[in-house]
Design a protein around this ligand. Sequence first.
Ligand code: BES
Ligand code: ZN
Length: 620
Amino acid sequence: MKPLKMFFVTLTTLFSLVTAEVVSASSIATDSHSFANVQDVRTTNLSIDLTVDFTRKQLSGFVEHDLEWLNPKATRFIVDTRALVVEQVKAMRKDGTWADVSYVLGITDAIKGQPLTMQLTPASTKVRIYYHTTAGTTGLQWLSVAQTTEKKQPFLFSQSQAIHARSWIPLQDSPAVRITYQAHIRTPKDLLAVMSADNSQNTARDGDYYFSMPQRVPTYLIALAVGDLHFKEMSQQTGVYAEKAWLDKAVYEFADTQKMIDVASKLYGEYHWGRYDLLILPSSFPFGGMENPRLSFITPTVITGDRSLVSLIAHELAHSWSGNLITNASWNDLWVNEGFTNFVENRLMREVYGNERADMEANLSYHELLRDMKGLAPADTALKVDLTGRDPDDAFSLVPYVKGQLFLSWLESKFGKVRFDEFMASYFGKHQFQSMDTEVFLKFLSEQLVNKYPGVVDPQQIEQWVYKPGIPVDAVISQSDAFVKVEQQLQLWLKQEQPLRRLNTSKWTVHEWLHFINQLPRDLTLEQLSELDEVFMFSGSRNAEIFVAWARLTIPVNYPPIFTPLRKFLMEVGRTKFVVPLYKELKANPEKSGWASAIYREARAGYHPLTQSQIDKFLF
Ligand code: BES
Ligand code: ZN
């Protein structure tokens, strides 16, 4: 009896061991937003060879994949594409010549695009896909001469995150795949091409450019921009690429970038990427910034002349650790990129500019989170989400950013700043150039902090932070003394104890002004709004954050003076974070929804495809 029972136990234990291993291997490899058969085969390197044709608004050429086969019996290599025309596929023979490969482009999935399935076996380790982009490409914006700042040359830029790299390069478009890449880009003469790779400052402007990214990066970090770009150095390691009109302004605005790098390297370990340059894009750039390695892409709407919005640079720089060095394994784990990055961003702002500014910024973003969460389904307020069957662009919110940051701040408050800094440094050191999912992070957290210092936090609290909706009651919200003073001044006016002109505002920074506008009651009369505008000139503010906060307050009450500058703003700026809420406010106002549609009809062609598709959903 006994031996038999033991035999069974051994068998079941063995069995569960085997299944456990299978489950964990496939759970890491499965990305519901990619068609790629990454369990069979992985791309290790891409050689990109493309010609930029501004007349046709088309990239054409080939991409060569170096393959590492994991499954010796595999018979196919599947990559992601969207709106691409595939012309031919070739595989390298043993003797170095190229043979045709049969392939099929599958049916289009509205979210994922089309799988390109190639008949290949592990005998082939180099494959070339010849292709060109089309008008349906979502990851590129082609700007006409008229849409640029200088109005002399056209402009092209890519935006690959989250799943748009596949719309300009056929590849395994999953953040769990890391590749090195080289590129040869041909452009019209006089234009400069830059990429998320080495950009040599003294390259001849001859329309023929070579790049190399020797570190392994996820595919959403492949980036290209082409335009009438010029370079100016900020420090030995940092500089700015921009159209001429922005160059000096940007160099002034972002002069503290080197300081930020130095602080970050001291806290979290070496900066691994060599140079760190900034590329200033045309104002239609759909984001604030994009952390393309070695070359962050930056909206010109943060160039205000007073360095008030440079936390964006701290943010994109922080991604050099959280995101680019350690990468979310799937888009369900986006908080592993953005929550960590918001946390690091604030940590850098604290070191470089002091506690007061860092506290104000953290407090402002907490209030933005609360506003954002009002429109979200409860399930979308968990840190770890399941986006199967959903477009990552549609599921975008501030939750992974700010709730992620709050989670890490809460841990920091529990374990102490010194220990938490050490923890973060060892996290970045131990997992560099790897992908990270929520569960692997939680395991590391348990080993390094939770179990090491028992009784400090309860594992159930961590479960709640990560998997449950809402903000836990003991979240640590940054309070700002400066904001308390702002509220006091506001009360003096609202209670008619002081006229506006006598309020003590002379030393206020942009952050205090933003708090002031956010705290204004929503039912002010037109007279009160006029008075505010007369004294503080919000409608004429050239700071986009202030202007948009003011516009969102004044649109619903039909405050007449806002509409002329608002029209101008909507025609010029395409940053989604600004224009989507503005169009939504307009649409919600029955007297202005027609006006909004008319402006959108005119402005739409100048917006990025991502911005267009977001606004198309509710306007038009
Ligand atoms: N990587 C993001 C932008 C992004 C996220 C693009 C997800 C596509 C999918 C970038 O670092 C970012 O977070 N930008 C923010 C910056 C802000 C929160 C400081 C932006 O664009 O506003
Ligand atoms: Zn980010």
